[in-house]
Design a binder for this molecule. Structure first.
Ligand code: G3P
Ligand code: CA
Length: 352
């Protein structure tokens, strides 16, 4: 064989292999393969979750982050729910307050204490915004200084309050530290009309496809059966939710380490199925062979945390049903749902 031919074959080989890989992936788990599964449980497809709010653009799990996510048009506001010493449900990711507040200045002796050792009044003394300005100078805003830790009740107000009506995607974070938190969450959502009785709007009909033609881009997840999704790395917590509110979709979160701990990917899916839950794997596991296995068990799959548009493209190609993202603006833009590309206009709208 002539040298030129050999070189052409060597150059073409990666392209051919890549094409074969995408063909294999398409046959295994094509885009849209979980659409019907999502529809069956009243969850939008693809579902775009504002992870800790629009947390790439504003301080995570605070009022501006959730207001911005709602105004941008997120399907769900995602939040990690914990509880104060005096029983108030709040949105906070970490076990302690050292990363996302100025606790080292306000309570220097308690800087590494877990959040459940603080009362709500104590937490309200903290600035939950300034850290963001230091960590993300390109998105820093004077109005973020002094923002407060948000309660779940306040998050519900935000979800209820705008033109877009997003759903709530609530995680019980370290639930073993908060006995009874599942009931408290269900009780609050029920008292606020999010659970327990059919709303007038739900009675009408409930899918994005049936959104009135005069407002086709309006988010209406609040009116769908899947308006609340609960999620946890703890199967025990999901089991409690199943007993309390079986109609609420549940998502079992896991990562590669879960697979290693449990021995196999199949064991993880068995665990999720045992508590009648769907799947929320790490984005590092968003391969079509995993997505396909999840769908074949009748479960939908939402991957976390996907922040780059090329990742969104890839994961969409591999058949995902939704993503959690810190950059809900990028996700909405990728899926052709961002109404206004100038983010400054959204900040003006929310007064931050
Ligand atoms: O809830 C999905 C994702 O948020 C899980 O990871 O650590 O960001 O809560 P984490
Ligand atoms: Ca979370």
């Amino acid at each position: 064989m002539r040298l030129k031919t050999v070189l052409i074959i060597i150059a073409a080989l990666p392209v051919v292999l890549l094409a074969l890989f995408f063909l294999y992936s398409y046959l295994l788990s094509p885009p849209g393969s979980g659409r019907d599964l999502s529809r069956e449980i009243g969850v939008p497809f693809p579902a775009l979750m504002a992870h800790r709010g629009a947390s790439g653009l504003a301080p995570e799990e605070t009022r501006p982050a959730y207001l911005l996510a709602r105004e941008l048009g997120a399907d769900y506001l995602e939040a990690d729910i914990q509880r104060t010493k005096d029983g108030v449900l709040i949105a906070l990711h970490d076990d302690d307050l050292s990363r996302t507040t100025n606790i080292a200045e306000v309570f220097p002796d308690r800087a590494k204490d877990s959040v459940d050792t603080f009362t709500y009044a104590e937490l309200q003394k903290l600035d939950a915004g300034s850290w963001f300005n230091k960590t993300h100078p390109q998105w820093a805003r004077p109005s973020f200084v002094g923002v407060k830790i948000l309660t779940l009740a306040e998050l519900i107000d935000i979800a209820d309050g705008g033109y877009h009506k997003p759903g709530l995607y609530l995680e019980t974070k370290s639930p073993e530290r908060f006995p009874g938190i599942e009931k408290q969450i269900v009780d609050l959502l029920t008292a606020r009309g999010w659970l327990g009785k059919q709303t007038a709007l739900e009675a009408e009909e409930s899918s994005l496809e049936e959104t009135p033609m005069d407002a086709p881009d309006r988010v209406r997840v609040r009116e769908m059966p899947g308006r609340v999704i609960v999620q946890s790395f703890s199967a025990d917590s999901l089991e409690i939710f199943r007993e309390l509110a079986p109609e609420v979709p549940r998502v079992f979160l896991f990562g590669q380490y879960t697979v290693e701990e449990m021995g196999s990917f199949e064991s993880v899916l068995e665990q999720a199925l045992a508590v009648d839950s769907h799947a929320g794997p790490s984005g590092y596991m968003a391969w079509p062979w995993y997505t396909s296995k999840i769908h074949s068990r009748g479960m939908i799959v939402h991957y976390y945390t996907i922040n780059q548009s090329w990742q969104m493209w890839l994961i969409n190609q591999f058949g995902a049903d939704g993503i959690f993202t810190d950059r809900i603006d990028i996700a909405l833009d990728y899926f052709g749902r961002l109404e206004e590309p100038d983010l400054e206009q959204y900040f003006q709208k929310i007064d931050y």
